[in-house]
Design a protein around this ligand. Structure first.
Ligand code: SAH
Length: 266
């Protein structure tokens, strides 16, 4: 109940934020309008160790400011999520020319008409996914690899699928270079999920399908949550929680804007 109230408060803040700035989670390339988790396993696995981080001076200062002024002030309350956002060097996931803006409150282009999501949205989705240290997590829409890295700070293992091959390749390279050995990436269509690695304790979709992909609900473990923006141009961020008996509860959390999920709807 407490968690629910907190998420709703966060959603309200998203809505207010969206009203006061034209920016949203991701800006679609198209013309027109601008744009309670798995029962703990009997023998919970420890989290994967976080890769060592060199001190990164001015970026660390900007990152701390992002955490305080955008995330904590915006209603992100999960300390583990805030700690993960403090650790992941977001500037390593954006094109070199945009590094100076990596910690700004907005999405940034990453090429191929795709964007890295606004830090607040990454934190909110991660908080909603309620990732626990022993968890296996699936992400659909690797993009730059940033959200995968944030999830990898909290989970045991992360699988992430990207449909645009050059993005899949460069994200895999960035994650490898930064030492995220617990992230598995694949170039492919996320509509089918990643059946060989299922079931997942949490699934995060960072492109917007017009309806919830059936395979993702099937690949969600009992007790797990699927966080997904659903809709066409403007979307609703939804959390589909699978109860231990397999029934699904749906919560609608916020109005958001993501790039559309492409691929073969099924
Ligand atoms: N999570 C990313 C941002 C994602 S933008 C990050 O942290 O940088 C959404 C991504 O979803 C884009 O890279 C897009 O190419 C990808 N995408 C869209 N449809 C997809 C599909 N069917 N399967 C896998 N990836 C998809």
């Amino acid at each position: 109940m407490k968690r629910r109230a907190r998420d709703l408060a966060a959603a309200l803040l998203v809505a207010l934020g969206a009203a006061s700035t034209p920016r949203a989670a991701n800006e679609p390339p198209a013309p027109g309008v601008p744009p309670d988790t798995a029962a703990p396993p009997a023998d919970p696995l420890p989290p994967a160790p976080s890769p060592p981080r060199p001190a990164d001076g001015p970026f660390a200062t900007l990152r701390e400011r992002m955490v305080v002024e955008q995330l904590a002030a915006g209603g992100i309350r999960d300390e583990r999520v805030l700690a993960a956002m403090r650790r992941v060097p977001r500037h390593e996931f954006v094109p070199e020319a945009l590094r100076g803006r990596a910690y700004d409150d907005g999405p940034l282009p990453i090429g191929h008409e795709q964007t890295i999501s606004q830090p607040y949205i990454v934190a909110l989705m991660t908080q909603l996914a309620d990732v626990q240290p022993g968890d296996r997590v699936l992400e659909v829409g690797t993009g730059s690899g940033y959200q995968a890295a944030v999830l990898a700070e909290l989970a045991r293992e992360v699988w992430s699928i990207e449909i645009v091959e050059p993005l899949a390749r460069s994200a895999a390279e960035t994650l490898r270079r930064l030492g995220y050995a617990n992230v598995h990436t694949r170039h492919g269509d996320g509509w089918g999920g990643w059946p060989e690695a299922a079931p997942f304790d949490a699934i995060v979709v960072t492109a917007a399908p017009r309806r919830v992909p059936t395979a993702l609900l099937e690949q969600l473990a009992p007790g797990g949550s699927l966080v997904v923006p659903v809709g066409r141009w403007w979307q609703t961020l939804e959390v589909h929680h699978k109860r231990p008996d397999g029934r699904i509860d749906v919560r609608r959390v916020a109005d958001v804007r993501f790039v559309p999920m492409t691929g073969a709807e099924r």
